[in-house]
Design a protein around this ligand. Structure first.
Ligand code: URA
Length: 197
């Protein structure tokens, strides 16, 4: 049932953004995994590899994510994985080459209601936000990942517990975060066991 509702939502969402961004055609990367999962993972926005394969977290950040998941009992097919913004935000360099940029505040505001609809359909028990962008979209801009990571957030989001983690790519740019990430994953595994998830 959730799978059909999600497909209908993706069609509606693509039609909305096609009209908004016309005449430009963007490639959307929608969610992947179990549409009735108890645990939903939400990242920031897809990158180049994700756009090519039209699946979230299949590039370098995805490799890191898989490495981290291997330390828990979770595997991707058991989860629903998605992004807050569902196209790749790019900037063009001097030679016209595209590179990733963070989504703008306007893009985040435009995509957030669509993510909330997606969340409503999947209806997970736990939302794992990866990095600051999805965390702040859900918990408000006063909440920052450096303080909120590794433990459940105080308020439920549409009936689900929010468990913020660092973005898996942040460990690529800042290897010093690795120990902290591993500690957070231990805390996350303990949380899943305590809640029989
Ligand atoms: N980073 C994200 O936030 N999402 C992806 O899907 C890939 C990289």
């Amino acid at each position: 049932m959730s799978a059909e509702k999600l497909s209908a939502l993706y069609r509606q969402c693509a039609a909305y953004f096609d009209a908004l961004y016309a005449p430009e055609r963007r490639i959307y990367v929608f969610g992947d995994g179990d549409p009735a999962a108890k645990i939903l993972l939400v990242g920031e926005a897809p990158g180049e590899q994700e756009t090519l394969l039209q699946k979230p977290f299949v590039g370098r950040a995805g490799k890191n994510l898989d490495e981290f998941l291997a330390l828990t009992e979770l595997t991707r097919p058991k989860l629903y994985t998605t992004n807050l913004v569902k196209f790749r935000p790019v900037k063009l360099g001097a030679k016209g080459r595209a590179s990733n940029r963070p989504p703008s505040r306007e893009e985040i505001e435009l995509w957030k209601p669509w993510f909330l609809k997606e969340l409503n359909i999947v209806s997970p028990k736990v939302i794992v936000s990866l990095g600051n962008v999805p965390l702040q979209a859900l918990a408000g801009r006063k909440t920052v990942i450096g303080q909120a990571h590794g433990r459940p957030f105080g308020e439920l989001i549409l009936g689900a517990t929010l468990f913020p983690l660092y973005h898996p790519a942040s460990v690529i740019y800042n290897p010093a975060l690795r120990e902290s990430y591993l500690e957070d994953l231990r805390a996350f595994s303990a949380f899943l066991r305590e809640n029989r998830l």
